[in-house]
Design a protein around this ligand. Structure first.
Ligand code: ZN
Length: 101
């Protein structure tokens, strides 16, 4: 059996993902809650605000495929979120807030 990465679509409230999201760039990550930077991928809690990272989004997912396999193996409880989905939905949520006020 050869297991490969398959994207699964699920319904989530992005407002609930953001505080527990590690946004991983080219070399390090940033906290989705307090925007702390230089966070390593294997960090479980934000060193600045203490929030647990339950979700990880890769800014450039194609260049981090081996890291994703490693992450799934080492921390199967972490949910990998598509960064573009997250960005689009947080943008949409912000726009909605704007029109409410
Ligand atoms: Zn933080």
């Amino acid at each position: 059996m050869i297991e490969k990465l398959v994207r699964i679509y699920a319904k989530y409230d992005v407002a609930k993902i953001a505080p527990h999201l590690l946004i991983y760039g080219d070399l390090s990550g940033a906290c989705g809650h307090c925007q702390a930077t230089d966070i390593k991928l294997d960090t479980k809690d934000c060193p600045q605000c203490g929030n647990a990272f339950r979700y990880v989004a890769f800014r450039n997912v194609k260049s981090h495929i081996p890291k994703i396999y490693k992450l799934i193996k080492e921390r199967p409880e972490v949910i990998i979120v598509d960064f573009d989905d997250f960005k689009r939905e947080t943008g949409a949520a912000k726009a909605q807030e704007f029109f409410k006020s």
